[in-house]
Design a binder for this molecule. Structure first.
Ligand code: IMP
Ligand code: MG
Length: 180
């Protein structure tokens, strides 16, 4: 496997933007009961930086894991491989995702959490938004960076489980991922 050498978003820019997102979330959820939820695994690095930017200390965290079935219809069928453990009924859920691509995973995940867990509201926070690939509309409350149609790795994002621990976000050369 070759190196992903071209840096798209530096760790400095990530730090600054993640702090801004944390401040926005903190302001919006002020006073209410909220649970911070990460969709595993790509969002873990982002999530751990994001939550440390929020000063309130009464915010439970939880995890879900969902992936879309590849090649199925655009309704976005997903498999929930890890469900919430905490009771979020009537509370605000802040759902944190690494990247919004086609939107199929996130739209189905939001629908699932609403129907199964009945929070009062779901706020959606994505680090990256790739609008050119969208197949279904997803309403996002907080978005870190808009990116182009290229495959990105690092800061939690993987290609076949590699590159997650890079401290910045880089471009995976097309030669390394021919089917994208
Ligand atoms: P979608 O929005 O349902 O197409 O899927 C989003 C998921 O696809 C993300 O949570 C990532 O796991 C993965 N993904 C999409 N684009 C990229 C990328 O550029 N790099 C790494 N993973 C990606
Ligand atoms: Mg992935």
């Amino acid at each position: 496997m070759k190196e992903a050498t071209e840096i798209r978003i530096t760790s400095d820019r990530l730090r600054t933007r993640v702090a801004e997102l944390a401040a926005m979330i903190e302001k919006d959820i002020a006073g209410g009961e909220a649970v911070l939820v990460a969709n595993l695994k790509g969002s873990v690095i982002f999530f751990s930086d994001l939550i440390r930017g929020i000063r309130r200390t009464d915010l439970p965290i939880d995890f879900v894991s969902a992936r879309s079935y590849e090649g199925t219809r655009s309704s976005g069928d997903i498999a929930i491989t890890r469900d919430l453990n905490l009771d979020v009924r009537g509370k605000t859920v802040v759902l944190v995702e690494d990247i919004l691509d086609t939107g199929l995973t996130l739209s189905a995940l939001i629908r699932y959490i609403k129907e199964k867990h009945r929070p009062s509201i779901i706020k959606v926070c994505v680090l990256l938004d790739k609008p050119s690939r969208r197949k279904t509309e997803v309403r996002v409350d907080y978005s870190g960076f808009e990116v182009g149609n290229e495959f990105l790795v690092g800061y939690g994002l993987d290609f076949e489980e590699h590159y997650r621990n890079l401290p910045d976000i880089r471009v995976l050369p097309a030669t390394e991922r021919p089917n994208f």
